[in-house]
Write a new protein. Structure first.
Length: 496
């Protein structure tokens, strides 16, 4: 895809991935569409550009990321946002995804009226894909049928600028000071929060613009929402329109489908204002009410004397009579007409009051009935849940009572078994002690017998031994020799 030299990518430093071959470029061009856009206040300066978007055919209806177009960026475009949806409403619509948004830019599409588009750049491709799957085809609110149309954006190019202010680029040699948010006066840093650029090219923090309830810009008060054209409330035509003076309902005239007259037949609101000429028609008298004109200074309805005439160009001309009687008659007629008009207006207002009071009463009764039904339903559901919990508690109580009864029955059996086991253990211990005592007595007797036998054997050896005299010099050696000799005799005696 060819890029003009004057183009600028709104995605910042993140450029779209390069295309591998010529055939890949042709297939990619088949899946994209071109949308022309503009931004800025037309009275001051307007920036124009082109967006290259992936078409709806390039995206599958599946929620898998593998079915998303190849070569996509973390940049999406929300097409066809209604003008009455403010920046705060859109930030609230994004929900928790607002924390993953780095930049949002509002642009105006050339081929879509009363709507605008928003370019959104995210911090990661994963957040972009999740946002795409979550909000694609979702209603902006539950009261309208407008759906969120999301498309992946390949690139954005600014093609030109037209205006009275020269937007020259600063020199790249020196440092560029980071702009500040006009609301909080903090630096517009994407690392600390998302940045939203309005239609008039003023940038704010998303958190700051979320608190601005109006659709206008907080800096220059430029409003992207244009006044809507009047249409018939039934057939939506824009020609030959009449507006009810009492309730403001707009309908078409007799040269179309006559919905204004039908409104008079249904509500008996007899005064209708022609929007093109600002003249008032009286359905009851079947004529124009020329005595009601609009003041150019304050826009209020003022009285026009019956002797004044209205020319074709809308300017009034007056003709005065010199006769006093004519003036008196004229004044009396004027007073009578004013009195009749006041009475008629009072009657119409009273009917209107009763009509709207009846509507309010019906709405109140319907609301009370819905609230009563909702309360009864909630109480019934709550009672059902409590009954279920009560039944479960009763079952648990019965189970615990049965378990306790079984434990009480088994208590006596186990107590008897424990007593018998204790008695058997005591008997076994007693028998063991008696056996140990008998064995100890036998052992003592055996030890005494062995000691007696050893003493007797020693006595016999002493009696059989011979005592020899020892010299003084060889006392130690002779002693040892005597001992050896005596030992030899003992051994010989034992052998014999």
């Amino acid at each position: 895809m060819m890029m003009p030299s004057t183009s600028t990518i709104i995605a910042g430093d993140e450029l779209p991935p390069p295309v591998a071959s010529v055939s890949g470029e042709s297939s990619l061009s088949d899946m994209t569409q071109t949308v022309h856009f503009s931004s800025g206040n037309p009275r001051i300066g307007e920036t124009r550009g082109v967006m290259h978007l992936f078409s709806d055919d390039a995206v599958s209806s599946s929620s898998s990321s593998s079915n998303l177009p190849i070569g996509r960026n973390p940049l999406v475009c929300v097409l066809g946002v209604p003008n009455h949806m403010t920046y705060a409403d859109f930030c609230q619509f994004c929900g928790s995804f607002i924390h993953h948004i780095l930049e949002m830019r509002t642009v105006r599409n050339d081929d879509i009226e009363n709507r605008y588009s928003i370019l959104i750049r995210f911090d990661s491709q994963e957040s972009t894909d999740t946002f795409f799957h979550h909000f694609r085809g979702k209603q902006f609110n539950s009261l309208e049928e407008d759906l969120c149309r999301l498309l992946f954006t390949l690139d954005v190019q600014f093609t030109g600028y037209s205006g009275s202010i020269d937007h020259t680029q600063p020199s790249a040699a020196g440092p560029i000071e980071q702009p500040t948010c006009p609301v909080c006066l903090e630096r517009l840093d994407q690392d600390t929060g998302g940045i939203l650029t309005t239609m008039c090219n003023h940038s704010f923090h998303c958190s700051c613009i979320s608190n601005w309830p109006d659709s206008s810009c907080p800096v220059c008060r430029y409003c992207q929402q244009q006044p809507e054209n009047s249409v018939c409330c039934v057939c939506q035509t824009t020609e030959n329109l009449w507006m009810c003076v009492i309730c403001g309902v707009v309908g078409c005239g007799r040269y179309k489908e006559g919905h204004a007259r039908r409104h008079w037949e249904e509500t008996e609101h007899c005064y209708s204002l022609e929007l093109e000429t600002q003249r008032v028609w009286d359905y009851a008298g079947d004529n124009y009410v020329h005595r009601l004109i609009q003041s150019k200074t304050d826009g209020k309805l003022v009285e026009l004397n019956s002797h004044g005439s209205l020319s074709k160009d809308g300017c009034g001309s007056c003709e005065y009579s010199d006769s006093g009687m004519s003036d008196a008659l004229l004044n009396s007629k004027v007073d009578m007409i004013i009195s009749e008009y006041n009475e008629l207006l009072q009657a119409q207002l009273e009917n209107q009051k009763q009509y709207f009071e009846k509507l309010l009463q019906n709405v109140k009764e319907e609301t009370e009935q819905k609230v009563s039904e909702a309360a009864s339903k909630a109480i019934s559901q709550r009672l059902q849940k409590l009954q279920t919990r009560f039944d479960r508690c009763v079952k648990e109580k019965q189970f615990l009572e049965d378990l306790n009864e079984n434990l009480v029955k088994n208590k006596d059996v186990w107590s008897t078994k424990i007593t018998e086991m204790e008695e058997r253990e005591k008997k076994a211990v007693r028998a063991k002690d008696e056996k140990i005592q008998g064995l100890e007595e036998q052992l003592g007797k055996l030890m005494a017998q062995m000691d007696g036998e050893s003493e007797v054997s020693e006595t016999k050896e002493v009696q059989d031994a011979t005592v020899l005299p020892l010299s003084t010099t060889n006392t130690s050696s002779s002693g040892s020799g005597n001992v050896i000799h005596a030992n030899k005799k003992k051994s010989n005696r034992r052998k014999g």
